[in-house]
Design a protein around this ligand. Structure first.
Ligand SMILES: [Zn+2]
Length: 308
């Protein structure tokens, strides 16, 4: 049984995860980052103890997923947008010492990828890329059954590979990144730009709203779905051409429109990836659902210290 901790900018989830990836007990509280790291860790300790009691088990280790960037090897939190005052703090050491257990941490996208590898869409596979498309685009790359790490242990930023070199500038320094073009807010923004001024609820539309309009047959919304599907497809096709993975698992709020986007993504992939066996790559929705980051945190410990 592993204690799992998912640290995000707005909330912290804690749970007890068993060897088959089931969440036996779970607690969620606001992060309250401004209250400081020490206070937050005291709450996490209390949450872990309650979760362990409710599940009626002893913990054998603690797995942590945290909004990145973080240093997965030292366990130190880096310069995280919503946790600025926590930079340099170390939940791995803090929680490991308190419980006298081994602990391990990955950024939350990598944690989710490890969860999908062990218990979800990548079960039994060696090469998996997990992509989350929401307000941004992030993901984790698993090759040969292990998380891929770059120089200094760096996490590759698949959301920031360039789709359209002449596209809009991105905060990462490049222009026309996958994230800038295909994230959820881009769908609504393009739709609003194209829609006539008297279009009903024009300003209030979200990605989800555009999807609903498209399902109802709205021509303008269908055009935007085609465009978004194209951008998603180009990014997925690039990943397939570069890594030829066994599985690409897609998650995030934009994937609530998977019924609309998946057929377009598949068409772009089959048209674009002629040098690799693209038809053999499984394109799947992520399987672990809303608890994916928490289950993934459990998988982080399993991957580092548990049985393989
Ligand atoms: Zn970028």
């Amino acid at each position: 049984m592993v204690g799992a901790v998912d640290i995000g900018g707005t909330k912290i989830a804690v749970g007890a995860i068993d060897a088959s990836g089931q969440v036996l007990a779970k607690e969620v509280e606001a992060t309250e980052a401004a209250g400081g790291f020490d206070a937050a860790m005291q709450r996490v300790v209390a949450m872990l103890e309650r979760a362990r009691e409710r599940a009626g088990v002893e913990l054998c280790g603690i797995g942590i997923g945290c909004s990145g960037p973080i240093d997965p090897l030292s366990g130190e939190i880096g310069s995280v947008e919503f946790l600025t005052e926590w930079q340099g703090c170390n939940p791995v050491i803090r929680l490991g010492e308190h419980f006298d257990l081994t602990a391990a941490m990955e950024n939350d996208a990598d944690a989710a990828a490890l969860g999908e590898l062990r218990w979800g869409a990548g079960r039994g596979k060696q090469h998996l890329i997990c992509v989350t498309v929401g307000t941004g685009i992030g993901g984790g790359v698993v090759l040969n059954g292990k998380l891929y790490r770059g120089v200094n242990g760096a996490h590759p930023e698949i959301g920031h590979h360039v789709i359209e070199a002449s596209g809009p500038p991105c905060y990462c320094g490049a222009s026309g990144c996958w994230e800038v073009l295909a994230r959820g807010p881009a769908i609504a923004a393009r739709f609003v730009q194209d829609a006539p001024r008297d279009y009903p609820n024009r300003e209030a539309l979200t990605a989800r709203g555009v999807c609903e309009l498209a399902r109802g047959g709205d021509a303008l919304a269908r055009r935007e779905i085609e465009r978004e599907g194209h951008y998603l497809g180009v990014g997925v096709a690039n990943l397939i051409t570069m890594f030829a993975p066994e599985v690409i698992a897609l998650s995030g709020s934009v994937m609530n429109g998977a019924d609309l986007f998946m057929p377009i993504i598949r068409t772009v992939v089959l048209r674009s990836c002629g040098l690799v066996p693209a038809a053999s790559v499984e394109l799947l929705p992520a399987a672990l659902g809303n608890d994916a980051p928490l289950i993934g945190a459990g998988a982080v410990w399993m991957q580092r210290f548990g049985l393989h």
